[in-house]
Design a protein around this ligand. Sequence first.
Ligand code: ZN
Length: 262
Amino acid sequence: MIDSHCHVDDSDFDADREAVIARARAAGVSRFLAIGSGDGPPDLEAGIRLAERYSDFVATVGVHPHKASVADAETFSRLPGLCQHPKVVALGEIGLDYHYDFAPRDTQHDVFVRQMDVAREAGLPIIIHSREAWDDTFSLLEKHWPAGLGGIFHCFSGGVDEMRRAVSLGFSLGFGGVLTYPKATNVHEAAREAPAEKLLLETDCPYLAPVPFRGKRNEPAYVQHTAARLAELRGVTLSEIDQLTTANFARLFPRAALKGTA
Ligand SMILES: [Zn+2]
């Protein structure tokens, strides 16, 4: 199984990071995508540090929309070089967050678009964070993100309509703990209807733990609970979901397999 979106760098894991990773491996997690947003610029290497330390980690680099206001000229001059790191497989998470609006929306747009430019130049997929900002996210992607390079709508929390729009733009869908929440019926429906080749699993840990750990600290081992719910929704076995999502990840990030062996 693959945790396609985790924040194992988070200080929530400082006391027991090694044990958390060991538990995930014991639970069958064979690959971790460490999201490199960290606490924001000037540090851009939160994911890279993990990927350099653990052979089964690959990483992203990128400025989270919450931190768009602190991205400066130095950030944009360093990102292209970091994309060349042998274990960096995507740019992210990038996008728009209108729930918190920690950065002015104009700034969020600008930083999102500029990072799409960096990703396009590097030939890397992008990891999208979009919260209460569907229309603007889609219209910026339509304008600035060429078909073919793809990426992931992480922590997918839309319904069938948003799923279809994301898929039509070439995106895969990262399903996390929200899928296990009984009231998330729109997300259940999207997960049932989505094309099989677009399904991915993630935790977004330490946030959004799946049932039965909802409200507690999330960790990569819990991805199995989301996998089980996805299998149930689609009427297939857990092992089929495991194989499918693992193959989907490998196809989206062809460099991840090679890089993971470093
Ligand atoms: Zn995240």
